[in-house]
Design a protein around this ligand. Structure first.
Ligand code: NAD
Length: 335
């Protein structure tokens, strides 16, 4: 696909191709919008089937970051970096080179972690640039924001935000899901959990008294809240039919396998919290600390609760699915 077609399709401002021959670095930095402030978005390190697939991924993810920042009402826009993983890449040297390139952008783009990039990679990059959220605990920030989202959605759906005595099912106990389990357990919720990694499920079962179910069964668990915290596209039309929950609120990106599923959930009376509204915790803490230069605690992400309430109320008033209302809000704020 031609470069400018990608920018037209996803509405981006700029694409930077970063090449460093000694380390083998091949990276694409996509800036979707700096209208509301510097672009913010992590680094995805993956092998791609083609360079054009990598370019499209960077542009699409940068747009999603802009929507996420706008819905959270942050003074920031969206960006994303894609590092094309290949055998000839010296990883440490590559991340140093990427850090130098991001430093040259002069603060118009701030970065952090995303799929396939490790804390060690970010550390190497952070040695070269001031514009990387190296000290941010992504999992903890996101999990705390999710709790605020869950409470707001419960208040909307049931009249009470209390977690006490609620049954909450979590799919995926990684950096976000395991921290989420701990916070919900502290709040008095009863947990049902699943992960493909048996070691993490037994840790959480022991720590939080959680019931463990097979990964294939967790989505259809009878519960108050279902939290998809593993993979994208888990909510297919078929899965939506089998849901037995009042609320869906999780961290996984792009949970809806198709836009029609959002409507299906609304028609079934299930309150779906759009993923990028619920999972903005790390972005909010990162922007506050790195873009605005303020030292803050995790409570800064609790404002997600108010955003969730705004989106859900508006969806009810306008009789629209929640994901449509979130996108509408983002586009209004970016206009
Ligand atoms: P992670 O890789 O640390 O954890 C994912 C977990 O899901 C792993 O424990 C994995 O074993 C498990 N898993 C994979 N397939 C599964 C399946 N079929 N059934 C059950 N469990 C399965 O990732 P994370 O950082 O915890 O993020 C979780 C999700 O949230 C991802 O989709 C991520 O893109 C998204 N997200 C994360 C953040 C963040 O701050 N970390 C922010 C926004 C969105």
């Amino acid at each position: 696909m031609a470069v400018f077609n990608v920018l037209t399709e996803y509405g981006g401002e700029a694409i930077t191709f970063v090449h460093d021959a000694p380390s083998g670095l091949q990276a694409i930095v996509a800036i979707h919008s700096t209208r509301r402030g510097p672009a913010f978005g992590g680094i995805r390190t993956l092998s791609y089937r083609s360079q054009s697939a990598a370019l499209t991924d960077a542009a699409r993810l940068a747009q999603a970051m802009s929507f996420k920042a706008a819905v959270a009402d942050l003074p920031a826009g969206g960006g994303k970096t894609v590092v094309i993983k290949h055998d000839g890449m010296n990883r440490q040297a590559a991340f140093h080179a990427l850090g130098r390139a991001i430093e040259r952008m002069g603060g118009s783009y701030f970065t952090g972690l995303d799929v396939g990039t490790s804390a060690e990679d970010l550390k190497a990059l952070g040695a070269e640039t001031r514009y990387a959220a190296v000290k941010l605990d992504f999992g903890k920030s996101t999990a705390r924001g999710l709790v605020a989202a869950i409470e707001a959605a419960l208040k909307f759906a049931t009249g009470s935000a209390s977690l006490d005595g609620r049954r909450i099912a979590i799919q995926g106990l990684g950096a976000v899901g395991s921290e989420l389990a701990r916070l919900l357990h502290k709040g008095g919720a009863a947990l049902t959990v699943a992960d493909t990694n048996a070691a993490v499920t037994s840790t959480i079962a022991e720590e939080c008294g959680a019931e463990v179910v097979a990964p294939a069964r967790v989505l259809a668990t009878e519960c108050d809240v279902l939290c998809p915290c593993a993979l994208g596209s888990v909510l297919t039309a078929q899965v939506a039919e089998s849901l037995q929950c009042k609320v869906v609120a999780g961290s996984a990106n792009n949970q809806l396998a198709g836009a029609g599923v959002g409507r299906q959930l609304a028609d079934a009376g299930i309150t779906y919290v759009p993923d990028y509204v619920a999972n903005a915790g790390a972005l909010i803490k990162g922007v506050t600390e790195y873009v605005q230069g303020k030292e803050v605690g995790y409570e800064v992400v609790d404002r997600i609760g108010a955003t969730v309430a705004l989106v859900l109320e508006r969806a009810r008033k306008e009789r629209k699915p929640t994901h449509e209302v979130a996108e509408q809000l983002a586009r209004e704020r970016l206009a």
